[in-house]
Design a protein around this ligand. Structure first.
Ligand code: MSP
Length: 637
């Protein structure tokens, strides 16, 4: 069996980890564990991307050097992953000396082979994406991802002859249906290759940016951040001669979200071709976590903190929800209600109750000891067959990155076992003294639970190990034979002692039926109270701002699209119903007060990231502002 290598994107260190980063890293961990469960040799790589404009800007905002700032945020990522039960083999940083050396080696190789040349280029540069956009790629003149106007830059730079490799890349994609998955992204990339693509600008003059890896053939330039970052996937493995590179590269799978499809599906494979390195095996692309239909991202200010979810609902439930809720490849909407819904229905009700009932019955009928199985009847045989088939399908779907479908398939069996308890009614068998049948039914149930717990290890390792422990089994990765697990119904030894009960997945109530006087009911009272508590007010981020640009919103007479500076943060795009009251020129340059942390929302197809505060009196509208001299970005308290 080929060794398995999985990578996540290396994350920018301009912001702390959010749910989007946690999702990709949990998926990588979980698919890696599915391979570990089958005793394959695996390598799981993640890390941080630390060079470039973005980081310099973020560090400057905190009055820190890029080095200090990058170190601080990179540490946050490294500390958070184990708390989410993520076990990576390596955490790479683009500031690691071996990585820098590797990037320079590749650059020199490609330069020597004649695929890097010097030229002049003008283009629309988005600092958020750290790349140039063509006119065609912009939406209403804005970067489609950051909704900001890119800056037109013209300068002399080094270029990678990417166009030379586009046709070979197309042939590779056509000849290898699994190279980019799911299908929709493969088609999207084939579409990109049909468009006119240019050579890739791979340097930045040091006069503009010095925080990067110096080009080995020109000391006045640093490497473009994507050329630097993508190489992490092989520098971590010790390219060209390292044993890990030799062992793992042929089994390399990259995991990314759709935002960085192009660098991974076009830049990276053409870079590998030019450097004479074999291509990775497959690119797996997932969609976005959204909040109320808007992508969750730091620049839109609507991020969910993974640690708060973990602290509130537990790491197992959090991981289960992420893997179960998102159909891999499509966007999924995040809400606490949906998370609690899944927790209560799938984990507390279906699996938790079943486990509790089975453990309690084992104690009642067999003093807590696993019985010897009797002779199976039709109902038992059907249950066993369905179970084995469910486990096989689950593993197949899981390995295909179809996590939601895999879990749904596993839960068909969990639901079946719940029905099986009712149909076979062990309490009646006990009353009737039908010992042989009672033993069979209880063994089918206990072994079924053991197999379920084992198969859930990639999803929720901690809970899986605890559940196995409750079933009297010590989790031991080395001794597991998953193929055998899905072909026969044996495993639990008769006589094994099981726990009395299992409280792994307690129900969560979103505070509706909590008794009066409880903390939750007091909170509910507060929530319904017409008086605003101080901590509620504190949640509002109301700041001073300045309108710098005013545009009409197409097809909406009353609306303006405003660009509002709010200090050192990114300028906001706000859609406001001010067109009946002000001419655009009257608004430009006006000082205003802005509610800056209003959930972003699309209004008439245009993204709005805040609200300008105003008072209306009859036909007049007056904009709130602070006294003269107060700079943009000052918080109202
Ligand atoms: N540094 C580059 C990647 C270089 S890889 C050689 C980068 N960093 S990032 O910090 O912006 O991370 C982007 C990745 O974070 C996405 O591809 C995805 O894995 C994850 N996500 C960030 N926001 C997300 C959502 N809202 N939803 C799902 N995943 C998200 O790009």
């Amino acid at each position: 069996m080929n060794p398995f290598f999985i990578s996540t994107p290396i994350y920018y260190v301009n912001a702390k980890p959010h749910l989007g980063h946690a999702y990709t890293t949990i998926v990588a961990d979980s698919i890696n564990r599915m391979h570990r469960l089958q005793n394959r040799q695996t390598y799981f790589l993640t890390g941080t991307d630390e060079h470039g404009d973005k980081i310099v800007e973020a560090a400057a905002r905190k009055n820190q050097s890029p080095e200090t700032y990058a170190e601080k945020i990179s540490t946050l990522f490294r500390q958070i992953w184990p708390l989410l039960e993520i076990e990576n083999d390596r955490f790479i940083r683009t500031t690691d000396p071996e990585h820098k050396e590797c990037v320079q080696k590749i650059l020199l190789k490609v330069y020597d082979s004649g695929d890097i040349y010097f030229g002049e280029y003008g283009g629309h540069y988005c600092y958020g994406c750290e790349r140039f956009y063509t006119e065609k790629e912009l939406v209403d003149g804005l970067c489609p991802d950051h909704l900001e106007k890119p800056k037109f830059l013209q300068e002399k730079n080094y270029f990678f002859r990417m166009t030379k490799y586009l046709e070979p890349l197309k042939q590779h994609i056509l000849g290898n249906p699994d190279f980019i998955r799911p299908e929709r992204y493969r088609n999207e990339v084939l579409g990109m290759l049909g468009d006119e693509l240019n050579d890739l600008c791979i340097s930045r003059p040091k006069t503009r940016l010095s925080w990067g890896i110096e080009l080995p053939f020109d000391h006045n330039y640093v490497t473009y951040v994507w050329f630097d970052a993508l190489i992490n996937y092989i520098s971590a493995l010790g390219w060209p001669d390292g044993p890990d590179f030799k062992k793992y590269w042929s089994g390399a799978h990259h995991l990314v979200a759709k935002d960085i499809l192009k660098p991974h599906a076009v830049f990276w494979p053409t870079m590998l071709m030019a450097a004479g390195v074999p291509l990775y095996r497959s690119l797996r692309v997932h969609g976005y976590w959204t909040i109320k239909e808007t992508k969750m991202s730091k620049s839109l200010g609507n991020v969910v903190e993974p640690m708060s979810m973990k602290d509130k609902y537990g790491v197992s439930c959090f991981r289960y929800f992420l893997l179960r809720e998102m159909q891999f490849g499509l966007d999924a909407s995040f809400s606490e209600e949906a998370l609690v819904g899944r927790l209560n229905a799938d984990l507390a009700n279906d699996l938790g109750n079943l486990t509790n009932r089975v453990l309690a019955m084992t104690h009642k009928y067999f003093k807590g000891s696993v019985p010897v199985t009797g002779k199976p009847q039709d109902l038992d045989r059907e249950t066993i067959e369905l179970g084995l088939e469910s486990f096989r399908e689950y593993v197949r779907l899981y390995e295909n990155f179809d996590f939601a479908k895999a879990l749904a398939r596993l839960w068909v069996f969990v639901s079946h076992l719940n029905k099986y308890v009712d149909q076979s009614a062990p309490w009646v068998l006990f009353k009737e003294g039908n010992a042989d049948r009672l033993q069979t039914v209880m063994y089918v149930l206990l072994e079924g639970l053991r197999k379920i717990a084992l198969h859930l290890w990639p999803v929720m390792p901690g809970a899986s190990e605890k559940m196995l422990d409750q079933l009297g089994v010590k989790f031991d990765l080395e001794s597991i034979d998953l193929a055998a697990e899905t072909s026969h119904w044996q495993g639990l030894d008769a006589g094994t002692l099981v726990a009395r009960k299992s409280n792994l997945f307690p129900r969560v109530d979103l505070s509706l039926d909590k008794p009066e006087g409880s903390k939750e009911s007091q909170k509910r009272k507060k929530d319904n109270d017409p008086l605003v508590q101080f901590e509620d007010f504190q949640k509002l981020e109301i700041v001073t701002g300045k309108i710098t640009e005013v545009n009409k919103v197409q097809g909406a007479d009353k609306l303006y699209k405003l660009r509002v500076e709010i200090g050192d943060d990114k300028p906001r795009q706000i859609v406001a119903g001010l067109a009946d009251f002000f001419a655009a020129t009257d608004l430009e340059g006006r000082e205003v007060i802005v509610l800056a942390n209003l959930a972003p929302k699309k209004i008439r197809g245009v993204m709005s990231q805040g609200m300008v505060l105003a008072v209306r009196q009859g036909d007049r509208m007056s904009l709130l502002k602070a006294d003269p001299g107060v700079e943009p970005g000052k918080r109202i308290s």
